[in-house]
Write a protein that binds this ligand. Structure first.
Ligand code: CA
Length: 235
């Protein structure tokens, strides 16, 4: 018998909570639920969940407080479940240490994929351990070769500039997770970089022209509108 992963759903809307719970239980997860921030804190300390699915709009507190508090003592994965058109919330949640977000309404497949990625990243420890072991990241026809500083499409080097390579390399190390514009900018251009994303967008347009068959419909690097970019999960 395998030990089930235990997921805490923090959500005050019963219908959404019930929907998520049913999907997760059907797919072999143990599920516990909390309908307020206070309840969430006591569940976290008494039940030690493996992952938290967190609604930000709770009756007794802002879900951001839960992210901040949990991040003071554990890397327990947190996926924010948020309504559409709250890009600023998503960015803030990710910058405070949430691992990912799911936008309502969402499909069962999407929810399960995000949960799998977050739990796997936690198991692997620091992001990039799988890359560190193999020196490569591969998804479909694309390979990022970290040792040679090359990105190959169907075996051909696509000749990225240094910054373009750094961006793809960074996204590859965190594949499956969304990285905010601000986070990527600081990693590539340093902490003093200003908040304008233009330079990143130009680089991404050039990257897509080089690696994607159809840059308007990317299959490797996806845009999370108003939030950042996400590399497709590796093979
Ligand atoms: Ca709510």
């Amino acid at each position: 018998m395998t030990i089930k992963d235990k997921i805490l759903i923090v959500e005050d809307e019963k219908s959404i909570s019930g929907f998520i719970k049913a999907i997760l239980q059907t797919n072999g997860y143990d599920v516990i639920t909390a309908s307020s921030g206070g309840e969430a804190f006591s569940m976290i300390s008494s039940h030690c969940p493996d992952l938290i699915l967190l609604d930000l709009g709770l009756p007794d507190m802002d879900g951001m407080r839960i992210i901040e508090d949990v991040r003071r003592w554990t890397m327990l994965p947190i996926i924010v479940v948020s309504a559409r058109n709250y890009e600023r919330d998503k960015v803030e949640a990710l910058d405070k240490g949430a691992d990912d977000f799911i936008t309502k309404p969402f499909s069962a497949a999407e929810l399960l994929a995000r949960v799998r990625v977050a739990i796997r990243h936690m198991r692997l420890g620091a992001a990039g351990d799988s890359v560190a072991n193999s020196g490569r990241f591969t998804v479909g026809g694309m390979t990022v070769d970290y040792g040679r500083h090359q990105v190959l499409i169907d075996g051909e080097n696509v000749h990225l500039t240094q910054n373009e390579f750094k961006i793809v390399a960074l996204l590859g190390k965190c594949a499956g997770k969304v990285l905010t514009y601000d986070f990527i900018m600081k990693e590539i251009w340093g902490p003093q970089v200003r908040g304008n994303n233009q330079i990143l967008r130009v680089n991404m347009a050039n990257i897509r022209r080089k690696i994607e068959k159809n840059p308007a419909e990317p299959q490797y690097i996806f845009t999370e509108v108003g939030v950042g970019y996400r590399m497709a999960e590796g093979d």
